[in-house]
Write a protein that binds this ligand. Structure first.
Ligand SMILES: [Zn+2]
Length: 125
């Protein structure tokens, strides 16, 4: 998991390329717009600004339980394939000296019905 996060951070920090937080495609840094902790490509910046975002999944992950975070990232990739754009916000907190990461998956509220249909068809609901 740590390796995965490092890879993700590296891909975001690479000298002149970055990854869009919504479509996960690589863009030149100059094309990406930062919105809080999100980096958005021109197309998704418009989409992001246009929509109402709702939290649909949340997972806490720690070094002993990295799977929870991975499931959120896998769900994001699966949603992208069926044209439900989403983004993940990560928060880190220190609990008794242990770093707990909270990963939150957001989708546009107008796609919530599609999302619920999808997760129930995959028995993920
Ligand atoms: Zn994008």
């Amino acid at each position: 998991m740590i390796r995965f996060i490092k890879k993700l951070i590296n891909s975001l920090n690479r000298a002149d390329n970055g990854v869009c937080s919504i479509c996960s495609q690589v863009f030149r840094d100059s094309e990406l717009q930062l919105e809080g902790e999100l980096a958005l490509c021109p197309k998704d910046l418009v989409y992001y600004s246009d929509k109402n975002w709702i939290l649909v999944r949340e997972a806490n992950s720690n070094p002993e339980d990295p799977e929870a975070a991975l499931s959120i990232y896998n769900l994001k990739a699966a949603l992208m394939e069926i044209s439900i754009p989403s983004y993940i916000a990560a928060k880190y907190s220190n609990f008794d000296g242990k770093i707990i990461s909270t990963f939150e998956l957001f989708i546009s509220s107008d796609l919530n019905d599609d999302f619920l249909r999808y997760v129930s068809s995959k028995s993920l609901g």
